[in-house]
Design a protein around this ligand. Structure first.
Ligand code: KG4
Length: 334
């Protein structure tokens, strides 16, 4: 079965052609970086307009790269939520309309489900059940993944997402947008022990996260340097901030795996590209006898291949969309 999948939940327009369940034949991602960079963050109205312009060219490119035509497609899958509703509606409505015209089934996929299953696009695939950490610009959550359609959120951020914290620190330091890669690059030459930023462990055994206190602490530290007219030690601040985020993410993920007696951990979301996070998590998983699966970066960030995979398993359960089904901004999974 050949699946065409579409993802437009935030600021990337993505389309993939996948031979069910996991053979990726094309995975196209069109970034809106240039549209939003001048504003230092995503402007929802501009995001929807850019999706409208990109959707057809991106789908066409995916089909061409896969050597397929619309007549070969047997299932359409699209992200139904969560995300920016204006953005979601572009991909979701496009997918439903296409399926209607071609008289083929269409499934709506929760974006989080895509991230939770993304490691199945690589090999070896993780064995169920496993612990998943999804860490991006909009989410920082821990899940128990029991099978292809059974997920339970066991921890989430109470305020900022980790990627959002990276972006805000980058903005404060004048490093541009999106900030994660820039902060991470500078952190590479800084000392992670130079500044002792707070770690929010929250209640004993809590699997929730909080990054707003850390962010405020970085703001106060930078302001102190600026008020005293002392040069801000940008590299050390980046390294110490990154270390504080990574330590909490890693330790809570290990706690989740231990609590649930899981043998495998998967990492997903844009922040999964962070080298320190990957390295520290790999080290701690190894010393605790856990198998870590980190998808290729292109499957960690927002992409449509993971939507095709998750969509296929919804199709297998007959969870087919009706023409008047709507997109949603908040995930029922989270
Ligand atoms: O999943 P994703 O591509 O999309 C959204 O959530 O929209 O994640 C993007 C987030 C941004 O906040 C970005 O700053 C962060 O992931 N990010 C990183 C790195 N690469 C991307 N954060 C830390 N280190 C990185 N290397």
């Amino acid at each position: 079965m050949l699946i065409l999948a579409i993802e437009s939940s935030c600021d990337d327009t993505a389309a993939a052609v996948v031979a069910a369940p996991d053979q990726v034949q094309a995975n196209i991602i069109s970034s809106q970086f240039d549209v939003h960079a001048p504003f230092g963050g995503i402007v929802p109205e501009l995001a929807s307009r850019a999706h409208i312009e990109a959707i057809w060219p991106v789908v066409t490119r995916a089909l061409t790269e896969a050597g397929a035509s619309l007549d070969d497609i047997e299932l359409v899958a699209a992200t139904q939520g969560p995300g920016l509703v204006g953005s979601l509606l572009v991909g979701f409505t496009f997918a439903k309309a296409l399926a209607l015209v071609k008289n083929i089934p269409c499934v709506g996929v929760d974006h989080m489900a895509g991230h939770l299953l993304s490691a199945h696009l690589g090999s070896p695939a993780p064995a169920f059940p496993y612990t998943a950490l999804v860490v991006s610009g909009g989410n920082t959550s821990l899940f128990t993944v029991n099978n292809y359609t059974d997920f339970k959120c066991i921890g989430r951020t109470r305020d900022d997402a980790a990627g959002e914290a990276f972006d805000k620190v980058a903005k404060l330091l004048g490093l541009g947008y999106p900030g994660g890669p820039a902060v991470s690059r500078l952190a590479g030459t800084g000392d992670p022990r130079a500044i002792s930023f707070p770690r929010a462990w929250l209640d004993k055994d809590s699997l929730d996260f909080s990054f707003s206190g850390l962010k405020t602490s970085v703001v106060n530290t930078v302001n102190r340097y600026r008020q005293k007219k002392i040069p801000v030690p940008t590299e050390d601040i980046c390294a110490s901030f990154e270390e504080a985020v990574v330590e909490v993410l890693v330790e809570k993920t290990l706690l989740a795996a231990r609590k649930n007696d899981h043998r495998a951990v998967i990492l997903g979301g844009g922040v999964a590209s962070n080298k320190r996070l990957r390295g520290q998590l790999a080290k701690r998983c190894e010393s605790n006898g856990l198998k870590l699966h980190v998808p290729e970066p292109v499957f960690c960030t927002d992409n449509a291949a993971m939507i095709a995979l998750a969509g296929y398993y919804r199709f297998m359960r007959d969870e087919i969309l009706q023409p008047d089904d709507d997109a949603y901004s908040r995930s029922p999974l989270n």
